[in-house]
Design a protein around this ligand. Structure first.
Ligand code: HPA
Length: 275
């Protein structure tokens, strides 16, 4: 067995021991969106630094912990904080939380992120249901020796589950929350894009751009999990406004949108997770 497979098993055994039994649904929360973890009732919190094989997460706005409990009376486990390639982590590390969640019984994965808006209709503060993605990281956590529980050549023709996309749309309608939908392009970062790169991404068909999520979604699809995702558009992409981009702006926008995001996700969880 490869060292990484063993590490996933050791981490999962630890997490399973703490949460006491399998959980079917997980939510990975992006930059500034981790506040949802504080809404979890009867929480069991497991900091990443306490989990064998998990390095500390160290981006401002990323707490770095699992929180298991209930949201809208449904059992979920939240990953508040993720590992990014731009931090210098390996793809094995970036994919680790997803693999551990799968080993804890998770079969439905909700992912979220902060992203720059490329589509000219988008404004800071918009929520975008992710319909598809473009992997421009030139890397994938699926490369390497094949793993017993992962499909070698996962079908990516519907990476974001159509029924879950519908559930997100219905949730937004029910809550009166305006949402858009579109294609998320992932680059490694950590520099924001140049205006020329943003024009390229627009030509390629991307509606939003960010530095995460795609590695987790590839991993989840190889593991047979159903995936849904939402991008919080925190800024219009480089060159589309006169203001320079900053992580502070990203966190300002997520703080402004957090309550709406949390309502949407809670409604979604109530729709897709059996009581
Ligand atoms: N580009 C890349 N990642 C991002 C952006 C952006 O404009 N905003 C938030 N995350």
């Amino acid at each position: 067995m490869s060292a990484n497979v063993e590490m996933v098993e050791r981490a999962a055994a630890m997490v399973r021991g703490k949460i006491g039994g399998d959980i079917g649904t997980a939510l990975i929360l992006g930059s500034g969106l981790g506040g949802l973890a504080d809404r979890i009732e009867d929480p069991i919190s497991i900091p990443y630094r306490a989990i064998p094989g998990f390095p500390p997460a160290n981006v401002p706005g990323h707490a770095g912990r699992f929180v298991a409990g209930t949201l809208g009376a449904r059992r979920v486990i939240v990953a508040a904080g993720r590992y990014h390639l731009y931090e210098g982590h390996t793809l094995d590390t970036v994919a680790m939380p997803t693999r551990v969640l799968h080993a804890c019984g998770v079969r439905t994965l909700f992912v979220s992120n902060a992203a720059g808006g490329i589509n000219r209709m988008m404004r800071a503060g918009d929520l975008m249901i992710i319909e598809d993605h473009i992997n421009l990281m030139s890397r994938t956590p699926l490369a390497g020796p094949s793993r017993a529980d992962e499909t070698r050549f996962p079908d990516m023709s519907a990476p974001y589950d159509p029924a879950l996309i519908r559930a997100l749309r219905d949730s937004a309608l029910e809550c009166g929350i305006p949402v858009t939908s579109g294609v998320y392009a992932a680059l490694i970062g950590p520099g924001y894009e140049t205006p020329a790169e943003v024009r390229m991404l627009e030509t390629l068909g991307a509606d939003a751009v960010g530095m995460s999520t795609v590695p987790e979604v590839l991993t989840a699809r190889a593991l047979g999990m159903r995936v849904a995702g939402v991008s919080c558009i925190t800024n219009v992409a480089a060159g589309m406004s006169n203001t320079p981009l900053s992580h502070a702006e990203v966190l300002d926008t997520t703080a402004r949108v957090a309550a709406t995001f949390e309502r949407l996700v809670t409604e979604f969880v109530q729709r897709v997770v059996p009581a």
